[in-house]
Design a protein around this ligand. Structure first.
Ligand code: UDP
Ligand code: MG
Length: 319
């Protein structure tokens, strides 16, 4: 079944991290060496603009303990795509995904593996706290995870992309045809026997987070809509509420008219128009968003394009 006898695959997506990846690889290897497992480390360069790829090539030449693979995307396809590519290239009986900036502490890796040895197919890294973030970020993240937890049917609070997946789960995920996958939630959605490992989010030592407020908002909207159609139902509910309001205002206007004192309110009319207009436009935008996602899926473009790869042994690429 396993041609190269690799036990563990460590998958690390990297985007503009030239300063830190070598250090990360060293720390990951330090955590892995004491364990009696054959491992591979897969770095997926998500179309970095700096010298990340050169650094990856240099690391590969050093040939340290385990197998080292590097994959370069033709452009920036996003972290989710990089994680999926890593899964597709991995050979291990278990896979661990983690960030390249050491915010996911490598010294926790043995704990993930112990749980896997105990028979868990999925080991989720759960953040003890969310580290330093602004109040607004905190509130938005709270709402985001609430909605997500409801749509996945599992507590997603403080989940992360630091996790271990058994080969069985990796194969299930790789078979899913959807283009816009949300890695963090998909592992909860598939089910199977899972457990958690708690970790403290570390400070970023070099560089800065790749997230801007706009990117984060897009990320939240994209992932919520890819997991649930509930926002569409919200429109129906709003429609219902408006209908009730219409009956109420209608009766009120009728009574006034019968009494001979028709509603004088120009303001009322303007207000109703504005509220109605904005809700309608909001609803159309929302429907449009779902339609655009549908057409994205139908276009069926690849999730990523690999430009270069190193350390990939063609002979053993049997699948
Ligand atoms: N990353 C990526 N593609 C991107 C953005 C980020 O592969 O377009 C990687 C990045 O190199 C890091 C991980 O995803 O390994 C998390 O990114 P970051 O530290 O910027 O996010 P944060 O920790 O702030 O959530
Ligand atoms: Mg980070």
């Amino acid at each position: 079944m396993n041609m190269n006898n690799i036990d563990l695959s460590i998958i690390i997506p990297v985007y503009n991290e030239e300063d830190i990846i070598e250090n990360t690889v060293i720390e990951v290897e330090c955590a892995l060496k004491p364990l009696d497992y054959a491992y591979e480390i897969i770095l997926v360069d998500d179309g970095s603009k700096d010298d990340t790829w050169k650094t990856i090539e240099r690391i590969e030449k050093m040939k340290r303990g385990g197998i080292f693979k590097g994959i370069l995307f033709s452009r920036n396809f996003g972290k989710e795509a990089a994680l999926l590519a890593g899964l597709a290239y991995s050979k291990g009986r278990a896979v661990i995904t983690m960030d390249s900036d050491l915010q996911h502490p490598p010294e926790k890796i043995p704990e993930f593996i112990t749980e896997w040895e105990n028979g868990y197919k999925i080991v989720e890294g759960v953040k003890k706290s969310r580290g330093n973030e602004t109040l607004i970020h905190h509130v938005f993240a709270g709402v985001f995870y609430k909605i997500l937890s409801r749509s996945v049917g599992k507590d997603m609070d403080n989940t992360s992309d630091f996790k271990l997946l058994d080969r069985e789960i990796v194969d299930v995920i790789l078979k899913m045809p959807e283009k816009q996958m949300f890695y963090r939630a998909i592992s909860a959605w598939v089910g199977f026997k899972s457990t958690t490992v708690k970790f403290e989010v570390q400070k970023r030592t070099y560089g800065e987070s790749k997230w801007t407020a706009v990117k984060l908002t897009q990320y939240a909207i994209r992932n919520i809509t890819s997991f649930t159609s509930a926002p569409l139902q919200v429109i129906t509910v709003l429609g219902g509420l408006f209908f009730l309001l219409a009956i109420f205002v209608g009766i009120f206007a009728m009574i006034k008219w019968v009494n001979g004192s028709a509603v004088e309110g120009f303001t009322t009319v303007i207000l109703l128009q504005l509220i109605y207009g904005s809700i309608t436009m909001f609803a159309m935008g929302l429907i449009g968003y779902y339609i655009s996602k549908l057409s994205d899926e139908i276009r069926n473009r690849p999730r990523y394009i690999v430009e270069k790869e190193i350390g990939i042994d063609e002979k053993t690429e049997n699948d």
